[in-house]
Design a protein around this ligand. Structure first.
Ligand code: ADP
Ligand code: MG
Length: 292
């Protein structure tokens, strides 16, 4: 490609809210066969809401929600906001914890009003030596509805199953269809559990799901897709997406995402949703066709 045509191409793209960091990114996108997409905040709004909270015998719903909200009040995870909002809406007292610790990819631990409060994924409870079998049927049902089941343990005892639902973002379905028409395969990479991830993928027509991926494992997930022999683009928005954006053949960041993601990406999508990806792909194709 000639420098001039690349300049014209990138200029046109910028008008449409697609910022290519350089000509190599514009050209690189044409070689891509698989688009891997982060779920939370990219395919979904990243603003989940609390939908369910069921306690085990001997635990009071209000007390559990109050303790869990106190612990989550210290977390920056989108799930935390959902839980704190629900507790506030119910007018509950939210004490300030004496101690708090995030456990990335698993959940969190806090000491609240003298109680040990641990909240997180199924695998976190397993790590704590707690059996979630009592909630298996419920967890499966919630997951199949696209909700994310979580668990709360109070003083080392399983106290509740909690579910949050993160609505699908405007444009996600349309973007996946457009990418399919362009001959691309779409994969999802997420830390969320298998059932939830597959339920969301089904709703969007996504071809492949890599779920229960730890924050540190997202770039390995991209590597695994590359090992299938194709060039892979990765689309993400978060701090923990930076290594995957760097590992991908082309990294695309949602412009409304974190600074780290935007700094690491080859392409920035100002539109703030996934439709920027088929737009970027079409632009790169048109530009390169003009030159050849
Ligand atoms: P993602 O947000 O993409 O699903 P994370 O690695 O941030 O990936 O989290 C993985 C899982 O760990 C979440 O889906 C959730 O089950 C659990 N988790 C993480 N942080 C929290 C939190 N603050 N409260 C409850 N659960 C959490
Ligand atoms: Mg995200």
């Amino acid at each position: 490609a000639t420098p001039t045509s690349i300049m014209v191409g990138t200029g046109k793209a910028a008008e449409l809210g697609v910022l290519f960091r350089n000509g190599a990114a514009l050209e690189g996108l044409q070689g891509v066969k698989v688009v891997a997409v982060d779920k939370t905040g990219t395919l979904t709004k990243g603003r989940p809401e609390l939908t369910d909270l069921v306690t085990t015998a001997g635990f009071d719903r209000t007390q559990v929600l109050s303790l869990v909200a106190a612990a989550e009040g210290q977390s920056e995870h989108p799930i935390a906001l959902a839980i704190v909002d629900a507790a506030k809406r119910e007018g509950l007292m939210i004490p300030v914890p004496e101690h708090f610790e995030a456990v990335p990819g698993f959940g969190l631990e806090a000491r609240v009003a003298g109680h040990l409060v641990q909240v997180g994924a199924d695998r976190y409870m397993t790590r704590l030596g707690l059996d979630t079998a009592a909630f298996t049927a419920q967890a499966h049902g919630l997951g199949d509805e696209g909700k994310s089941p979580l668990y709360a343990a109070i003083d080392g005892q399983l106290a509740a199953i909690i579910a949050v639902a993160d609505p699908i973002k405007e444009g996600s379905l349309e973007a996946v269809s457009a990418l399919h028409r362009q001959g691309l395969k779409v994969a999802m990479i997420t830390g969320d559990n298998q059932r939830t991830a597959h339920a969301i993928a089904r709703q969007l027509g996504i071809d492949e799901v890599l779920a229960e991926v730890l924050p540190s494992g997202k770039s390995d997930a991209v590597k695994a897709l590359q090992a299938q022999g194709h060039k892979v683009a990765f689309v993400g928005d978060g701090i923990n997406d930076a290594p995957a954006l760097a590992q991908a053949d082309v990294g695309l960041a949602i412009g409304t995402g974190t600074d780290v993601a935007v700094e690491t990406a080859d392409v920035i999508l100002m539109s703030g949703d996934l439709r920027g990806v088929p737009n970027a792909y079409a632009l790169s194709r048109a530009t390169l066709r003009n030159i050849r």
